[in-house]
Design a protein around this ligand. Structure first.
Ligand code: GLN
Length: 244
């Protein structure tokens, strides 16, 4: 697959990159490289400029204090990123990054943090911390119906409007530990509480993101060359249905 090119913007990696969430970016880079697709990655930090023509946006997790910094910065690009969302750019937010893709995050002891609102979801800090493995069932068209990862959050996220859950938890807590939802989707924007990193353990979802990004850029359903995911699926199965 020569000549196919994609551009990914990694939003605020200096602030939002706990539990190895940068592994998601590296996973997409390798899965593209192994197929001869050029994936350019821009690390976007405070003071950098965002230009048009990006296909994928990634935002990792972070503690509340890093989210305070990012929330203020993100507001400068809220309209830009909303336009990108409406143009079907692919977004993936993990935990704290997910929360800031929503309407707002209300931490325990800080002012309400405004998100960019591309997900109709809001988050309030809970009194417990959800920590542990997660197995969730999904009906996304990704060839497998399980998504796995590791959660570590106190935020409780509630979905509304057109935003739908990415999956439903079988093991673990997910969005809020009550309604059994995990993650969120609206158009090509996805959020999840699954660290781990998420994509290396869920190659079927990583490829879905690449296909959506190629569709957005080339307006074509480009089939991806299959990869040998033996190791990735061993990692997937090492978490699947495990509670610890
Ligand atoms: N600070 C947020 C919470 O605790 C997000 C944490 C994270 O990104 N793992 O819910």
């Amino acid at each position: 697959m020569s000549n196919l090119k994609l551009k990914l913007v990694h939003l605020y990696p200096l602030f939002l990159n706990i539990y190895g969430d940068i592994g998601n970016v590296k996973d997409l880079q390798k899965r593209c490289e192994w197929r001869g697709i050029e994936l350019e990655v821009q690390q976007f930090n405070v003071g950098d400029t965002l230009e048009e023509g990006n296909d994928i946006y990634f935002m990792g997790g972070g503690q509340d204090r890093q989210q305070v910094e990012v929330s203020e910065e993100l507001q400068k690009y809220k309209n830009f990123l909303t336009d990108e969302y409406n143009n079907d750019a692919v977004f993936l937010g993990i935990c704290g990054g997910y929360q800031l893709m929503g309407e707002y995050y209300q931490p325990h002891d800080a002012k309400r943090l405004e998100g960019i609102g591309i997900l109709n979801a809001y988050t309030v800090a809970g009194s417990n911390r959800f920590i542990g493995n997660v197995t969730a069932k999904t009906d996304l068209p990704i060839g497998k119906d399980t998504l796995v990862g590791f959660e570590n959050h106190s935020g409780l996220t509630y979905l509304r409007g057109e935003t739908t859950p990415m999956a439903h938890v079988v093991v673990g807590h997910g969005n809020n530990g009550v309604d059994k939802t995990e993650g969120a989707r609206s158009r090509n924007a996805f959020g999840t509480y699954l660290h781990g990193s998420f994509l290396p353990k869920n190659p079927h979802f990583a490829d879905y993101m690449i296909k959506l990004a190629l569709k957005k850029k080339y307006n074509d359903d480009i089939e991806l060359e299959p990869l040998d995911d033996t190791i990735e699926m061993k990692a997937h199965e090492s978490v699947l249905y495990k509670t610890y």
